[in-house]
Design a protein around this ligand. Structure first.
Ligand SMILES: [Zn+2]
Length: 190
């Protein structure tokens, strides 16, 4: 799997383009659809995977769907978020949740439901590469004070991540990549 990182939109959200044997996946297309399309080139976009529904992670979804006809996956708990923080109704074609194991574009991944930042936040694990959205950052975590956020649930999610075994590469929704072992050792929130 090859990973391309695009920093998109005015909040500099990390959008990840994953190249598989059978096309590409895009995680959190935050905005600037033309840049995502340029990065895709002539490769087929199979699906958009959303870590959660905040406006700064979903801005290019509709344009990319209009251009490519790709599928869009989101956790169903995100669909109840107030539209002020999702920039309108969340477009999706499929939902996914805890323990789902999917193969798309020739890439297999597992879904971890990691609520706290939002009720339907997920981490997506492609082997030892974990895409965390705004659940976990290098040295920090996502805020829980927005509508749908919950610090108690976030605490349970963080305890789960703190106990997770394996040397995962961590790709967060904002900022630099890290590793799970590094975060387990040095992140004060874990
Ligand atoms: Zn967020």
């Amino acid at each position: 799997m090859n990973v391309t990182v695009l920093s998109l939109g005015y909040l500099g959200t990390n959008c990840y383009l994953l190249g598989g044997t059978d096309g590409c996946l895009v995680i959190d297309p935050a905005g600037e659809p033309d840049r995502v399309l340029a990065a895709l080139g002539d490769r087929k976009l199979v699906a958009i995977l959303l870590t959660h529904g905040h406006f700064d992670h979903v801005g290019a979804v509709r344009d990319l769907v209009a251009e490519t006809g790709c599928d869009v996956y989101i956790h169903p708990a995100e669909l109840g978020l107030p539209s002020a923080i999702t920039a309108g109704p969340l477009y999706h074609t499929h939902t996914y949740g805890e323990g789902d194991r999917l193969t798309l574009a020739g890439l297999s991944f597992t879904v971890l439901h990691t609520p706290g930042h939002t009720p339907g936040s997920v981490c997506l694990c492609f082997g030892d590469q974990m895409f965390c959205g705004d659940t976990l950052f290098a040295g920090s975590i996502g805020r829980t004070d927005l509508p749908g956020g919950d610090s108690k649930t976030m605490g349970q999610t963080l305890r789960r991540l703190a106990a997770l075994e394996g040397d995962f590469r961590v790709w967060p929704g904002h900022g630099e990549p890290s590793t799970l072992i590094e975060e387990q050792r040095y992140n004060p929130y874990l």
